[in-house]
Design a protein around this ligand. Structure first.
Ligand code: SF4
Length: 401
């Protein structure tokens, strides 16, 4: 059975749900890797492995969703809650541009005290100061949160955000797109599987390109992981709007759900089956941020053709205990050592050029920045201009006034 399906994959044919499950469960890991690598080589015969220089900024950690796998959020009113000021965000963009960065990946908690106008003003201000800098911002659950906050439909929210400067939507918050799993992870309320897919459908219909993700290793079965992939494949058949797929394992430290982390082999098998199932996706990223540099490099033999981001900052995965860091020099070293040619890209996976560190000398970046320095609890001045919904938020505005 496995041999017959492997022949199908080698011939470039699409696998069914049952065939994918049989491969995932029974194919030896080396065979899965060879099949996935064959697809990568067919799709990327130039031997390029790409990466983007950007900054992963979390504008607030205050969140009402309370997903039980999340170590990052703080409840409304928490003394550890923060909202970044526009000035802080501009400073982060300046630092990003200085090291050759081209975009912000901007995501945050579902903060009831940040109205839609806060996002619009921020996006407009960014575009005014940095006209060519890109905003890869607000995952589908954040868009849904804004829709609920404003009582406006999702397409209207996307239109408003695009008008303000949104360039693309990151695929976060997908976890596993199966409602049984979402209910167990307490993330069904923030977005059902259909709601997540619908935001992406609307975004694609408006010409935005987006990514898709999967966080595995919590309570889902093998069948449910594959159902997730098949639902993404179906939407990609419909819209063609996904640029890339990224999968990572659940990081259990400091979470309510707790448990243990999936192994490296589980990661590589999951990446490989994703490469096989998602035959209509051009790009698969290696998640070295959660798996570490060595497994990240191995991903290039299991279907990945992209090293994701030369991250300057990371807060979410770090809160759950993982703190891997690779600057451009290190990414380039890993890519070349694996036999590929490193190339910088933008969000649309268009090649921007060779590594910047080959063009000019760059300071080494051996540690990722955080949203805020420890102990910095200041409240941005401009927040008084935006109406708060929570009692704690309203009190804070009164004190500031
Ligand atoms: S995963 Fe996102 S939505 Fe869920 S609690 Fe964490 S910050 Fe909030």
């Amino acid at each position: 059975m496995v041999d017959r399906i492997a022949d199908k994959v080698r011939a470039g044919e699409r696998v069914s749900a049952d065939e994918a499950l049989a491969l995932y469960r029974h194919a030896p890991t080396a065979l899965l890797g060879r099949l996935a690598d064959g697809i990568r080589a067919r799709k990327h015969p130039d031997g390029y492995v790409t990466y983007i220089i950007d900054r992963n900024v979390n504008y607030t950690n205050v969140c009402v969703a309370k997903c039980n796998f999340c170590a990052f959020y703080r409840p409304v009113g928490s003394s550890e809650g923060y909202v970044l000021g526009f000035d802080e965000l501009f400073r982060k963009i300046d630092e990003t541009i200085a090291v050759g960065g081209v975009q912000l990946l901007l995501q945050g908690g579902h903060n009831p005290d940040l109205p839609l106008s806060w996002y619009e003003d921020l996006f407009r201000a960014v575009k005014e100061r940095y006209p060519t800098f890109k905003l890869h911002a607000l995952s589908p659950p954040e868009v849904i949160h804004l829709s609920r906050l404003t009582q406006l439909p999702v397409p209207a929210i996307i239109d408003r955000l695009i008008a303000a400067g949104l360039d693309s939507i990151p695929g976060g918050g997908a976890e596993i797109l199966v409602d049984r799993v979402r209910k167990e992870l307490h993330c069904y309320g923030k977005a059902t599987a259909d709601e997540w897919l619908d935001v992406m459908r609307h975004a694609h219909s408006k010409g935005l390109r987006t990514t898709a993700t999967m966080m595995y290793g919590t309570v889902e079965t093998d069948e449910e992981r594959l159902e997730h992939l098949l639902r993404l494949r179906a939407l990609q058949d419909e819209t063609g709007g996904f640029t890339a797929f990224i999968t990572w394992s659940y990081q259990p430290s400091n979470t309510e759900l707790a448990g243990s982390e999936a192994t490296g082999i589980d990661y590589l098998r999951t990446l490989a089956i994703a490469r096989i199932v998602l035959d209509n996706f051009d790009n698969l990223q290696a998640s070295w941020v959660t798996q570490g540099g060595k497994v990240g490099q191995l991903s290039l033999a299991f279907g990945a053709n992209d090293m994701g981001s030369v991250m300057i900052e990371e807060n979410v995965v770090r809160a759950a205990g993982a703190a891997y860091c690779m600057d451009e020099v290190e990414i380039v070293r890993n890519v070349e050592d694996a036999g590929f040619i490193p190339k910088r890209r933008n969000m649309h996976y268009e090649i921007l050029g060779d590594p910047i560190c080959r063009e000019r000398s760059m300071p080494r970046m051996l540690e990722l920045a955080t949203a805020r320095a420890d102990g910095d609890t200041h409240v941005p001045d401009e927040l008084v201009n935006y109406e708060a919904r929570s009692r704690a938020g309203k009190q804070l505005r009164i004190i500031r006034n």
